[in-house]
Ligand binder design. Sequence first.
Ligand code: F6P
Length: 321
Amino acid sequence: MKRIAVLTSGGDSPGMNAALRAVVRCGIAYDMEVYAVHSGYEGLIDNKFERMSRRSVADILHRGGTIIKTARSARFHNPENRKIAYDNLKKLKIEALVVIGGNGSLAGANLLSEETGIPVMGLPGTIDNDLAYTDYTIGFDTAVNTVLDAISKIRDTSSSHDRSTVLEVMGRHCGDIALYAGIAGGAEVVLLPEVEMPLNEVVDTVNEGIASGKLHNIIIRAEGYPVSSAELIKTLKKETGQDVKLVVLSYLQRGGSPTFRDRMLATDCGMMAVELLSQGITNRAIGEVNGQIVHMDLAKALKAKRTLRDELFHEISVLSK
Ligand code: F6P
């Protein structure tokens, strides 16, 4: 394989630049021409390619975001636009496309490959950790660390005022950011899309905490939990008699310098994708399972079903009392 392209797609995540750097430099080491596509699938449709050199990815390993930009492309859902995207790849004689992104982005790569035959590779780039085939996604660790930093600061002020705080975190339909930050940050309650938890149970837990002398209550609400933060706060104020504040971390979770773990995952996944391509192995999803970098059939990987790690959720109820 002599000519490949790489793009980042969907919401950005810390470590996307590290993955890009690995793909570009490893590709060049294998004597490939490497092209970056700007702004994800949008750029593929609009023919925005850039020939990359080793120096094009200098000084980006530590930077959040993605220097080649990303987008959520509604146009790519249209088969006619996917044909245009394919034609653009063919005009440049690109032999394979590496996609760094989340669920929807990797599904887009798979669809493009099924329709046109273009070989693809998928790297898990999202803070959400919602790809079932891999234990961790690139950016998740950094996002959780950002939440942990916020929790420490919220603790200081909440305990001074005997307050409760609802901390709303991202993750779309996946509660992993809330769950892992809840465990590592010592939250009292974690509300996830995957676990049914009626409001009266939340109220009881908070009231029990107050009665047992807790200085503050930190309630982490994943954005996919079905009761809104406003509703939750209204109920808690009424039923606990305590002041309850809302902190929404929002896009803060998507930025920042990637952690050691995210840089390693991004680098290892990027290198593996190119090494496989150099051997003619294509249409693989790269990820991490039990501490090892692995690859598996992309279509199958996308069908894998996510399950919540119940034992982790259990830890919160045992340790937060
Ligand atoms: O998929 C990453 C993510 O940050 C989700 O956690 C969040 O729900 C969504 O993207 C926000 O998307 P947008 O950047 O399009 O507002």
